[in-house]
Design a protein around this ligand. Sequence first.
Ligand code: HEC
Ligand code: HEC
Length: 339
Amino acid sequence: MIFSCRKRLNQYFLFSILSLTAVGIFSGCQSESIQLEIPDGFPQPTFPEDNTPTVKRVLLGEKLFFDKNLSLDSSVACVNCHLPQLAFTDGRSKSTGIYGRQSKRNAPSILNAAYLTEVNRDGGVKKLDLQAIVPIEDEHEMGISLPELAKRLEQDPAYTKLAQEAYQQTPNPFVITRALATFIRTLYSGDSPYDQFIHGDTTALNASAQYGKTLFESDRLNCTSCHSGYNFTNGTFQNNGLYEEYVDLGRMLITADSADLGKFRVPSLRNVALTAPYMHDGSLATLDAVLDHYQHRGANPTRLQSANLRAFTLTEDEKEALLAFLKSLTGQTFPYVTE
Ligand code: HEC
Ligand code: HEC
């Protein structure tokens, strides 16, 4: 479990909540407060005022996340498309929803999603607290209206009890979406060999991965103009030259601005070795193919692609080094995955 009832004074505590229940936290599980294990070097996430996290809220969100009853025919849970062992992705180019329907995009990881300021690949959802509406109501994913789902859950005594304890409400649409967001805000990943290396363990990366890191950060490749910071994304929407003509218009669907055609949020590269296939449509099967894509596009730019994409040619050694670096971004542990 990501949170525990044990007293771990050297861990980060959520002071905002702690201040409300400063006494409670030391008396174990009776306490409503939670402690999150935020990775070293990551900022403290912020929480909406109307949805501060408590143990009960996380428990309710967790129950919802794993529950197939959240879909019309009770066949698909959130976890079907966000598998813990694949860094909360599903290994498919497009996901499978109810009745074997295919989702419109490739499922992204939801680790570190607490930091998203605009949610989904096109940033179409303004806050994490509302995101669950999309998969629940999307006919390609779970296919049930939120009010109908609320009616279903209100028949279930376990849910009514937990919703009451967590939000002093019935399991209504507000409670369903907020509890799921609270649960997602407990999922972090930041314990990769790369992290150990930057925090001082020089043996955590071998020579090849270290060389790959230098290449990745070089002006020649310019990867860090987009994939920067603790989560390897600057959080912007960019066109990385995947297509000349886009079937999925990306960010333009939200802004109706043709300058945003084919732009998608720069994805985190954490756990990228586990999150194949790649890109918004899962069209590139391997990291090797991703590197070939960037080499190709540098030399053969599309009309729409970002000027930050550079022309470069990698030697075999350089390619191997970059792959070793990308693989070093895989976390050592994942919530819900035991050895
Ligand atoms: C059928 C597969 C499927 C199911 C079921 C599903 N998701 Fe997703 N999830 C996706 C896909 C595909 C996307 C990308 C959507 C987009 O970019 O438009 C996504 C995106 C997300 C994101 C945004 C991540 C980001 O980087 O912006 C979150 C958070 C999320 N899902 C949580 C959930 C929750 C909570 C549930 C259950 C209520 C759920 N998902 C159910 C496939 C699924
Ligand atoms: C102009 C910004 C930009 C630059 C520069 C850039 N990327 Fe990307 N990268 C993106 C965007 C945007 C996507 C997602 C595109 C999509 O969803 O279709 C992406 C996707 C990826 C992915 C797939 C991640 C996933 O989970 O699907 C990898 C791996 C990657 N980039 C590595 C690199 C490397 C290595 C470099 C340097 C050679 C680089 N990128 C340079 C913007 C950029």
